[in-house]
Write a protein that binds this ligand. Structure first.
Ligand SMILES: [Zn+2]
Length: 365
């Protein structure tokens, strides 16, 4: 490499000397009344040199400005990580012309219990609305929905807004809108996250099927990766044994069986299958299954581990409704019945059967 550099340098030098030798004659440069005579080679060298140096100077200045900005961002992130939010907050104000920094800003603002009066018309990328919706949906889902629809109006390719809004539609039971939005999400999805989002689509379609009974939906569902909801639906149909197997391999079979119990999808044929997998199904779930199918003699052998279930066993069956057997893997919110979407954190497919702490062995014998 060094040799090539020396060689190229020498060639340029030889060329420059030769060029100078052949262009010693004077040339004249004029501007208004002024004129100057210089050797031709010098004029050429000066104009080539200027041509190169102007962009070089421009880029160096630009780089310096960027560097200063970069240092400020580092400083900002550093303050955030070390939890000096007040200092970070003050520094952030200088960044607010850039919408990308707004989510940080309003999160800190909330930390100080300041009101979130963001001037939305100052921004045009939809990031501001999305960040606000994320902070407000627990208090006001309607408001979050409007914010997210506005965010997507400004930039339809905002995946975060799409996913959130799709979940909001699911909470409202508007599966048509949720489905359309989820298909948009899948069009732009990064490869590593595709299956996860396809499972979300499967859940939406399974919920939609429960309302419309559209056979085309079923056809698509058989070709999608399973979710807990879609597996519960498909398991109750001809060929459902394979789905049972797939759910078992994914570790979601107890959830699928519990959902089938809740949605009245259990059949006597399925009971044989359930018996085959009995060793991995928590007693709590079996308890519900036998109760639903009126198999009271089997109930005697079961020891449900959830304390609330024990209370129920000794009391009237309507207390069953009080038992929150589900919990969200993402936020920990507990539920009586299964939902594809967690109303508390808007994540999809995250509900799982609750287990008593340190009680895994008793549950999964
Ligand atoms: Zn949750």
């Amino acid at each position: 490499m060094g040799f090539i550099k020396v060689l190229v340098g020498l060639l340029i030098l030889v060329f420059a000397v030769a060029f100078t030798y052949y262009n010693l004659q004077p040339g004249e440069v004029k501007f208004y009344d002024y004129s100057i005579k210089l050797p031709m080679f010098l004029l050429v060298f000066i104009s080539v040199g200027l041509g190169f140096s102007v962009p070089v100077i421009y880029y160096q200045l630009r780089e310096k400005a960027l560097k200063r900005k970069e240092e400020k961002v580092y400083k900002l992130l550093n303050l955030f990580w070390r939890d000096y939010l007040g200092k970070a907050f003050n520094l952030l104000r200088k960044f607010l012309i850039t919408e990308e920094f707004l989510p940080f800003y309003i999160r800190t603002k909330k930390e100080f219990n300041e009101s979130l009066d963001v001037q939305l018309d100052l921004y045009n990328k939809g990031i501001a609305e999305t960040a606000l919706a994320e902070l407000t949906f627990r208090k006001d889902l309607e408001e979050a929905m409007i914010l997210l629809e506005n965010a997507l109006g400004k930039n339809h390719k905002n995946q975060r807004a799409r996913k959130l809004l799709r979940s909001v539609y699911m909470v409202y039971g508007d599966y048509e809108k949720a489905e359309n939005l989820q298909r948009e999400v899948l069009k732009d999805i990064e490869k590593e996250r595709k299956v996860r989002e396809e499972r979300v689509l499967a859940s939406i379609l399974a919920e939609k099927y429960a309302v419309t009974e559209d056979k085309l939906i079923l056809k698509e569902l058989w070709n999608l990766p399973i979710s807990k909801t879609s597996a519960a639906l498909l398991s109750s149909m001809v060929g459902g044994g394979e789905v049972f197997e797939a759910a078992y391999n994914l570790g979601i079979l107890p959830e699928v069986i519990k959902i089938m119990e809740e949605k009245n999808l259990l059949t006597p044929e399925l009971l044989n299958l359930i018996e085959n997998y009995k060793h991995i199904i928590p007693d709590d779930v079996l308890y519900y299954v036998y109760l639903k199918l009126n198999m009271n003699e089997k109930l005697k052998d079961i020891n449900p581990s959830l304390r609330e279930l024990n209370v129920v066993k000794d009391n009237d069956s309507r207390f069953l409704e009080l038992v929150r057997i589900w919990e969200c893997d993402e936020c920990g919110k507990e539920y009586v019945r299964y939902n594809s979407v967690c109303r508390n954190c808007l994540e999809v497919n995250t509900l799982k059967i609750k287990r008593e702490e340190n009680d895994d062995n008793r549950q999964y014998k």
